[in-house]
Design a protein around this ligand. Structure first.
Ligand code: KIV
Ligand code: ZN
Length: 513
């Protein structure tokens, strides 16, 4: 069986999804989970794009030892030097340089002739190779490039030292047979192609990213790139969990193997969805809530008689267990610590204490504390920044009903430690609490998006809210969970506001890819 390497770009292309902004601790938590999931390469960010990205990539490279950590760079010395500073402490330092090769990009974006593009690419790869043992070069918009030009430039960058050649479908335009043919053409026409690994990177604008990736594998790609839950720029990237499961379930057809630990899929998907605020649709393949739900009577009857009648993937293969009650109000710190470990969290003493307090609090209110509840408590505690002065909610009260106008009163501590209290009204209870918080916070706040979901099932399930807002034009997303919808809403609002404070402390120029 041929081995296909998995290159995860959740923290780079995935983080480019509209409305996603992960902090350093959230990125690190996702990186540790990707390592458990068994990816071969993880793209931790774009180090030259901002100080924050640089620091996150550096920390991930220095922490993760089980796979290669890479960072994106334009074909400039400055980007390559910064990427080296971020990645040199990694287990297997690797750079990912990209430069567009399609006429449309070369003419309108780069304003370079094809020969200038070849020169720039070769120069950048040769420069990077002086530092990095592994150099991946991507022909951005490869699918709309001239095939013979691609062959020419690929031969030159391989001579300059590239070890991986990636052919991205940057705009999600190609079809499976076209994409496969492009890989075959490149393999048949580039004389030194045997010196490199060919990689596929697909976007999902026409809903074909996973099929295109599988076709590339059949035609010689030995690395596939994608993200967890398929998040990413515009319609997203190829969903890695879908590719991993397709290769496993259809191994009769695809004789390839990856290093992925499929049982980690559920946890990885939940973590990414929770931290990015990108909800997984119920009908999403492999990880959607309904992916294993059989609704029709005929299907249920069939599954009860023999599961394989309608079930091609078993829930346990992707790490879905029934929602067991795990700990209760009599559980002690020790049991809690063990459970946290089992769920993949390695908390320091102060975070453990904090998480245990939240757990105890919850056991007083909720009949059953499930793995999903614990997962929410643990991710929130683990990714909470301790080094930041912020707004904290001390108390709140909301009055509403079918007759009176909803009114909220909130008591907050401000980042400089003062206590402030106000009341305000709104058309609905969430609006009343948000209007009140808005009055208490410095700056002009605009709410752009609000999403409410439940963690697990049942009427006593925790509420989880994700918001996107701007404070004085600065965008941020935030999340909050609590048993009460209004409390979760307030936490999400403050979480987003606190992120803008952090961004203000670290003023940087974000470069867009
Ligand atoms: O889609 C794309 O072309 C990219 C490149 C930066 C590789 O993400
Ligand atoms: Zn991409």
């Amino acid at each position: 069986m041929a081995r296909v390497k998995v290159f995860d770009t959740t923290l780079r292309d995935g983080e480019q999804s509209a409305g996603v902004n992960l902090n350093r601790l959230e990125k690190l938590e996702i990186a540790k989970q990707l390592e458990r999931f068994g990816v071969d390469v993880m793209e931790a960010g774009f180090p030259a794009s901002s100080q924050e990205d640089f620091e996150a990539v550096k920390e991930i490279a220095e922490t993760v030892r089980g796979c290669s950590v890479t960072g994106l760079a334009r074909a400039h010395h400055r980007d390559i030097d910064i990427a080296w500073e971020a990645l040199k402490g990694g287990a297997e330092p690797r750079i990912h340089i990209f430069l567009a090769t399609s006429p449309i990009h070369m003419t309108h974006k780069l304003k370079k002739t094809p020969e200038e593009v070849v020169e720039t690419a070769v120069e950048a790869v040769a420069y990077a190779k002086e530092k990095f043992p592994f150099v991946q070069w991507s022909a951005e918009d490869a699918c709309r490039s001239d095939l013979d030009f691609l062959v020419h430039i690929i031969e030159k960058v391989i001579d300059a030292g590239a070890t991986v050649i990636n052919l991205p479908d940057t705009v999600g335009y190609t079809t499976p047979d076209e994409y496969g043919r492009m890989f075959r053409y490149v393999r048949e026409h580039v004389p030194n192609i045997d010196q490199v690994i060919l990689s596929a990177h697909c976007h999902d604008d026409l809903g074909m990213a996973v099929s295109n990736s599988l076709s590339a594998i059949e035609h010689g790609a030995r690395q596939i790139e994608g993200t967890i839950n398929g998040i990413g720029e515009r319609a997203g990237n190829a969903a890695l969990e879908e590719i991993g499961v397709a290769l496993q379930i259809r191994k009769d057809r695809y004789d390839f193997q990856t290093n992925l630990v499929l049982k980690e899929i559920k946890r990885t998907s939940d973590l990414v969805s929770r931290l990015t605020g990108m909800m997984v649709p119920g009908n999403k393949a492999v990880v959607g809530r309904n992916a294993f739900a059989h609704e029709s009577g005929i299907h249920q009857d069939g599954v009860l008689k023999e599961a394989t009648t309608y079930e091609i993937i078993t829930p346990s293969m992707v790490g879905i267990d029934s929602n067991r009650m795990v700990l209760g109000k009599h559980s002690g710190r020790h049991a809690f610590k063990d459970k946290a470990k089992e769920l993949g969290f390695d908390l320091n003493e102060s975070k453990l204490k904090e998480a245990f307090e939240s757990f105890k609090n919850l056991t007083g209110k909720k009949k059953e504390v499930t793995d999903e509840d614990l997962f929410a408590i643990l991710t929130d505690t683990q990714t909470e920044r301790e080094d930041l002065a912020k707004y904290r909610m001390k108390a709140f009260q909301v009055q509403y009903g079918s007759i009176n106008r909803p009114t909220a009163t909130v008591l907050l501590t401000t980042p400089d430690g003062k206590e402030v209290e106000k009341a305000n009204t709104g058309e609905g209870s969430v609006e009343a609490i948000y209007n009140t918080l808005d009055d208490l916070i410095e700056g002009d706040v605009h709410l752009m998006d609000y999403q409410l979901s439940s963690i697990g099932r049942g009427r006593d399930a925790l509420a989880e809210v994700h918001v996107q807002l701007t404070v004085d034009g600065q965008k941020a997303s935030g999340r909050g969970s609590a048993q009460d919808v209004l409390e979760a809403s307030a936490h999400a609002f403050l979480n987003a506001v606190n992120r803008t404070l952090y961004q203000k402390q670290k003023v940087y120029q974000k470069v867009q890819v």
